[in-house]
Design a protein around this ligand. Sequence first.
Ligand SMILES: NC(=O)c1ccc[n+]([C@@H]2O[C@H](COP(=O)([O-])OP(=O)(O)OC[C@H]3O[C@@H](n4cnc5c(N)ncnc54)[C@H](OP(=O)(O)O)[C@@H]3O)[C@@H](O)[C@H]2O)c1
Length: 340
Amino acid sequence: MSENATDKTGRGALRLGILGAAGQLGRCLVRGIEEASDLELAFAATRDEIDLGDFERIGEWLDSQVGALPEVVINAAAYTKVDACESEKELAYRMNAMAPGEWARHLMERNIHFIHVSTDYVFPGDGSRPYREDDETEPKTVYGSSKRAGEIAVLGTDPNALVVRTSWVFGPGRNFVVAILDQAAKRRSGELEGPLRVVDDQSGTPTYAADLALALLELSRLGHASGDHARGLLHLRNAGETTWFGFARAILDDAGYGDLEIEPVATSAFKTAAARPAYSVLSCERAERLGITMRSWRESLVDYLASSDAPRELLSSNHANGVGSGDAPSLESQRSESAR
Ligand SMILES: NC(=O)c1ccc[n+]([C@@H]2O[C@H](COP(=O)([O-])OP(=O)(O)OC[C@H]3O[C@@H](n4cnc5c(N)ncnc54)[C@H](OP(=O)(O)O)[C@@H]3O)[C@@H](O)[C@H]2O)c1
């Protein structure tokens, strides 16, 4: 839609800016905007254009953008290396807490609605029913604490901003699915031997970045059309729940490695710098009330594997009919840095 065009609500095209445009979610957001006839991309910021932790440059950078400023900015950037955060606390807080707060201030001053993305890791992870937005937070890791501090910084600065928590993201880039496929391909080629070992005592919900991006864009559209953007905390993820073992089994089955064996193991079998939550399913009741529902992670996985987001070179030649052979990843690699 051209810059001066008006949509059927009479409010004009919805312009969005994306921060973290080179990440899994960021790439899907940019693609979703470019493919939608009713949306316009105001900017897609990667680290090359602006380091989001360079606070002094934010205002000047925003004002130097060509064309009108966006109505909505979505922040998909974060320091997401969960284990590395334990030893890089200062960097984690600068990027995950201070930067979102600073961006919230500059965007609010320009009357731009801010959507900031956060994580299930803000919760203690010992629950037995899906976490709701107003449940007590109690992060157990530096990553989770820094992300929680970011939520507080954003909403404390701009109460009209929206913080969206999600979980177990996979999309274009390095993630759990890629780690599992890599391990499977290595077993198929004989480079590695033995069954994959994957933890079976951590429950959560895989979320396809492309689906999350569409949900965020739909939410933005609803706010644009009504003139009243959603604010506060919101949970968004694909439907359903599983364990890492269940997720790995589905990946192997769908990618043509159905004959590969996986051994379910306990969390204690692997040592990681940052603790992982045993239970991190997010309740999406508020999103549903707002009219946003997401399909099951199982369906999304099938679409992801058929898409150009998936590492085609790692899929089994049997991928099309789901029959194959292969094997399992170590706990370190299966977790990779993707369980955020
Ligand atoms: N991945 C998950 O499992 C998961 C789960 C729950 C919540 N989340 C949240 O969802 C959001 C999106 O996650 P994702 O998986 O799409 O992350 P991602 O793929 O790791 O992408 C994050 C992006 O942020 C950029 N970035 C980091 N520091 C930066 C800086 N100082 N300046 C500019 N850019 C910087 C990174 O650039 P470089 O590559 O150059 O560092 C990267 O492109 C994040 O807020 C994350 O906390 C993720």
